[in-house]
Design a protein around this ligand. Sequence first.
Ligand SMILES: NC(=O)c1ccc[n+]([C@@H]2O[C@H](COP(=O)([O-])OP(=O)(O)OC[C@H]3O[C@@H](n4cnc5c(N)ncnc54)[C@H](O)[C@@H]3O)[C@@H](O)[C@H]2O)c1
Ligand SMILES: O=c1ccn([C@@H]2O[C@H](COP(=O)(O)OP(=O)(O)O[C@H]3O[C@H](CO)[C@H](O)[C@H](O)[C@H]3O)[C@@H](O)[C@H]2O)c(=O)[nH]1
Length: 324
Amino acid sequence: MSYLITGGAGYIGSHVVRALREAGEPVVVLDNLTTGIADRVPEDVPLVVGSTLDRALLDRTFAAHEITDVVHLAAKKQVGESVEMPLHYYRENVHGLQTLLEAMAAAGVGRFVFSSSAAVYGMPDVDLVTEDTPCAPINPYGETKLVGEWMARAVGKAHGISTACLRYFNVAGAATPELADTGVFNIVPMVFEKLTEGAAPRIFGDDYDTPDGTCIRDYIHVADLADAHVAAARRLAEPGPVRDLTLNIGRGEGVSVREMIDLICEVTGHQGVTAQVTPRRPGDPARVVAAADRITRELGWKARHDVREMIASAWAGWGLRGRH
Ligand SMILES: NC(=O)c1ccc[n+]([C@@H]2O[C@H](COP(=O)([O-])OP(=O)(O)OC[C@H]3O[C@@H](n4cnc5c(N)ncnc54)[C@H](O)[C@@H]3O)[C@@H](O)[C@H]2O)c1
Ligand SMILES: O=c1ccn([C@@H]2O[C@H](COP(=O)(O)OP(=O)(O)O[C@H]3O[C@H](CO)[C@H](O)[C@H](O)[C@H]3O)[C@@H](O)[C@H]2O)c(=O)[nH]1
């Protein structure tokens, strides 16, 4: 048996590859390297360079590597870009998933872990977002993740594929500096960039209905997130009925943008830097914090790393920039 990790050369996927290998599982990576980096894939892990849209390649890969389980992370993930290029997002994220599920059903693959996102919830008006909070995505990226969940569950039911949809909250940090996120799309690297330039980090709006007026998010260390994939994959592999899991992956702890920027400045040695408040960024919900207890109940998984560790490990990776 082998795991196929789509998107395994990406930021999160490379952590999942590492965690599954450390758990003793054989893994194969399929990645088209559009945002992935081949060097992130360990030398002794087979890397199939190609797209989830390539059905013939998928069929060959399933047969050649005797794939029994799939962890699907390959996707486009930039919210703003998804608004500009919705068809591209639907093609890569939805049609890519459809093609993958078709190949899985044909090959008799029985287990599937899917990278979903808190983006499926849209603008949740609740203190803690449970898995039963209604899904109402507000951008094409979130829509592709919700449609992906629907498709995965329906196909799982019809074809006897045990499925786990994992809804990640705000991911940060790195297990080792080489595996750090190279994109500058989220608050942690965006603040690093400003600090490195000697500029003021920006707060996108301080007039939200929150205690300090800035948005609140739930940050999760990528190494914890990777461990959650191992726990989910293990559960699906246990004997028993076909499973259908939907799980939030967060820490259940809200951190405001102002708190986050203060902590980043402290951890990176930029005390005394003052953030600049700019207008709100369109589409930002005031508060998105996970009710994170279902996954603990279901899988016994719990996050181990705090926000300070996320920042410190991301900063160590930031120091390697330009050397890739
Ligand atoms: N980073 C986050 O904050 C976050 C939050 C929620 C969900 N997610 C989801 O987690 C997954 C991984 O995200 P990431 O942050 O590691 O992004 P990433 O861009 O680093 O990784 C995505 C990987 O998939 C590959 N890829 C993209 N389209 C492909 C295709 N059609 N065929 C084969 N390979 C393809 C890319 O080359 C890349 O290696 C995505 O599904 C994303 O939507 C990420
Ligand atoms: O320089 C910055 C960067 C971000 N922010 C704020 O920081 C918060 C977090 O922003 P991120 O861009 O880091 O993350 P988001 O919460 O917007 O979105 C992330 O989490 C979502 C799920 O909640 C989706 O998964 C999405 O893909 C992922 O980027 C937001 O209030 C944003 O306005 C700032 O104030 N200044």
